[in-house]
Design a binder for this molecule. Sequence first.
Ligand SMILES: [Zn+2]
Length: 454
Amino acid sequence: MRFPTMPLVATLLALGLPAAPASADDGALLIRNGHVLTMDPGTGDLARADVLVRGGRIVAVGPDLDADDARVIDAEGAYVLPGFVDTHSHLYTTTMRGQFRNADGEYFDTAERLAPSMTPDDVRIAMHVGALELLDGGITTTGDFFDNVRTPAHGEAGLQALDAAGIRAVLFYGGPDKSTRHPIDVAHLTQLAATRDEDARVQLGLAWRLPRDRSDEANWAMRMHERDTARALGLPVQVHVSVEPGPIFDALIARNLLSPDLSLVHATDATATQLQALEKAGGALSLTPISEHRVCYGPTRIDHFAAVHRQGLGIDGNALAGRGDMFATLRLAALTWSGEARDETVVDPRALLELATRRGADALGLGDVTGTLTPGKRADLQVIAADTLQMAGFGGGDPAALLVYSASPADVRTVVVDGVVVKHHGALVEADLPQLRDAARRSAQGLLQRAPAR
Ligand SMILES: [Zn+2]
């Protein structure tokens, strides 16, 4: 792992942020006697089994595994799942929490007013704290759409924050704001990409946008240069199709831009024809039910997108969603599905868990790395306790409905990313939370003081 460098470690310590845990623990880890939902279609669930991790990788899943040298994590009576995959977020907005006040402050206006005042340190704090919140709730991978890269130092701060937090991520590197006037600094993105190992826990991508005026060919030329650079570097690309979804989606089709390395976010109003075109091109979808409801792209009807194989769920920013909470996302997706269909029987909780794990990983292009508890994959997993009041009263059978409708981040007892235990006994291991919260509050207050008034 190339980041953080020594000067960064000093900076993080000065900010009260912990340095990165090792990317892969060579010591063995044995998650013992859990009810294991592998989410691997070939293996399914194992009612009482162990997961053995060595060198950051899952090496075996099954009952009564032998590993005398392993550190044992007791999962008796608990559920062991792959870590959740958040396919789309904006972690830099974490320190805008509570500022999106609907009639008294819409999301886009407020975010665009505050974001320009962020210094690289503000970005670092927001993304670090936001990523830790995701980890605390069992989300081990995020696809972060970073569209506030005001300077190269901002870009580096975002990358360093995700490295330090210990989360797996694709950092989609974007422009300096949500408009389409300014170019993305692809020269800097190219430099950063050269510093990343192929198997680094935090990878890069491109946070792309299409010309708001779709007839502006000069802007198209700029945008195509960005996309072509990303493709030449082998980086995945994400694009919002949230404003005027029809024309943006149609422009992607008309210009033959749908491809396996492109994922489309918030295509809530997509037509059957558009979804078929995406599927045919091998592209992916990211749906973010809570934010799509909040800013009214929704309702997010999961069954509407069945034609697209590669799809996952996202948070879309802890502040906009309110919390970095995949359980709440799953619950809203389930309720919208049955509520809109006016049919309780249409919802498949197991299918929702698949979207939050295996299918989300596949949508991010990380299907070989994470998303299932399969030997050979990196060890990204969570242990969900069943001994809380909210989980009490379950007598047996498929636990998928229990997890979708009843579980919450508070039930996540242990989280492992890349073989490293980042949460144990219900608490984040490395983080100095009082200092982090204080840094986040001071950063958020500074933003409000420096940003222009409404
Ligand atoms: Zn977004």
